[in-house]
Ligand binder design. Structure first.
Ligand SMILES: C[S@@+](CC[C@H](N)C(=O)[O-])C[C@H]1O[C@@H](n2cnc3c(N)ncnc32)[C@H](O)[C@@H]1O
Length: 381
């Protein structure tokens, strides 16, 4: 179907009208003589291409998607960086075991690797094949756990995750292909990389592997495990900002503990999840007020991709009435509330504060020296 000339024509027509909304677009395609089934499929594809721009940029315009496949697909800058690293390490032929619509496979092929893409779901495999057309890649429809890996020197596996009742707790038992198969690739092949949910607990990281957490423009998007043959450091945080990757690496050593200071850094989710708050604190000569809380305090401000820098204006009383009075004295009307290590209900607090001023600020709810604390801050660099 994706190859058929009549589908290509219907897709061009659908892309011209998809922004009019589903009913008007379907009417326009019918009026242009496109059969209803073809029109529906073409409109779905056109809408998915629009939705995919955030992940794939301009390349989305020539790719194909399923709704689930797009949700699961890796963002292009993330897959491209991974593929480059694998190619630089010396891998030549990679098996993408559970390739989905082929976003990672595409990146591997574009980085110069030869790709064997394996996908259990036949419809998704057809879409992957369409996305890999013209590249050094072949798609096999079948079970990755029994795939023939002769001639392959690297494996990539991004297992699908079943979510029980919308829960986002990391569960190895919920993965397909299964966790044991994925981790077993570390000993089966020269190189292996696994993409996993960012909730990956540190105690599941296999000995000698590198665990990486990745965020894109502030959103924590994935964890990856690199086989010991690829591992350069125990832990890595990769923070993409405006398409540029920034790397913080280390070994999860704790940050020094000290009193709060004039500036406070709120680290990116990739840094905190990677356990690299200590490594980050070192870069700004900072301390934490509590070993279990990731706000980092420092005397000097700094522009850094790894954290937001805020200037502490005042420490406010934690009691609601007194906090409200203090915020009034600062004329605060718009307040961003962040909490780490506080049990306060942010939405209830916001409601109870009844803000009415004209200025804005950031309120950090936290703990300092084992007591609850509320720091009023202004955005720094
Ligand atoms: C998270 S998606 C992969 C997304 C892909 N990395 C991308 O960026 O487009 C996982 C895929 O694995 C497939 N899958 C699950 N179990 C499989 C198995 N045992 N063999 C082959 N494919 C499998 C699912 O159908 C799904 O398409």
């Amino acid at each position: 179907m994706l190859d058929a000339p009549e589908f290509a024509a219907a897709l061009v027509a659908a892309e011209a009208v998809v922004d009019r909304g589903p009913v008007a677009a379907a009417t326009a395609l019918r009026a242009a003589g496109v059969p209803p089934d073809l029109a529906a499929t073409a409109l779905t594809q056109a809408a998915l291409r629009r939705a995919a721009v955030g992940k794939f940029g301009a390349a989305a315009a020539s790719m194909f998607f399923t709704r689930t496949g797009l949700e699961q697909a890796t963002r292009a800058p993330v897959s491209a960086a991974r593929a480059r690293r694998l190619a630089l390490a010396g891998a030549t032929r990679v098996a993408d075991l559970g390739c989905g619509i082929g976003a990672d496979s595409r990146a591997f092929a574009l980085a110069g690797l030869s790709v064997l893409a394996v996908e259990a779901d036949p419809e998704t495999a057809i879409v992957a094949a369409a996305n890999l057309r013209g590249l050094d890649a072949s798609v096999v429809t079948g079970d990755a756990t029994t795939a023939d890996l002769t001639g392959v020197d690297a494996a990539f596996c991004d297992p699908a995750r079943r979510t029980a009742g919308g829960r986002r707790v990391f569960s190895p038992a919920a993965l397909s292909p299964p966790w044991d198969f994925a981790v077993g690739l570390f000993t089966r092949l020269r190189f292996a990389v696994l993409k996993l949910a960012p909730g990956l607990p540190h105690d599941l990281v296999p000995p000698g592997a590198e665990a990486q957490w990745v965020s894109v423009d502030g959103d924590l998007v994935e964890a990856a495990l690199w086989s010991p043959s690829l591992a350069a450091v125990p832990r890595r945080a990769t923070v993409f900002r405006a398409g540029v990757a920034h790397e913080l690496t280390g070994d999860a050593a704790p940050a020094p503990v000290g009193g709060p200071r004039r500036y406070v850094f709120d680290p990116d989710g990739a840094v905190t999840r990677a356990g690299l708050v200590g490594a980050f604190a070192e870069t700004v000569d900072g301390v934490v007020a509590d070993p279990s809380i990731g706000f980092v305090y420092a005397e000097k401000p700094a522009g850094t991709p790894f954290a937001r820098c805020l200037e502490v204006v005042d420490e406010l009383p934690v009691a609601v009435k007194k906090m409200r009075a203090a915020l009034r004295s600062y004329d605060i009307g718009r307040l961003e509330i962040r909490k780490r290590g506080s049990a306060l209900d942010v939405e209830k607090l916001r409601h109870d504060l009844r803000l009415s001023g004209t200025g804005d600020g950031v309120l950090l709810l936290t703990r300092i020296a084992d007591r609850p604390a509320a720091l009023l801050c202004r955005r720094g660099e």
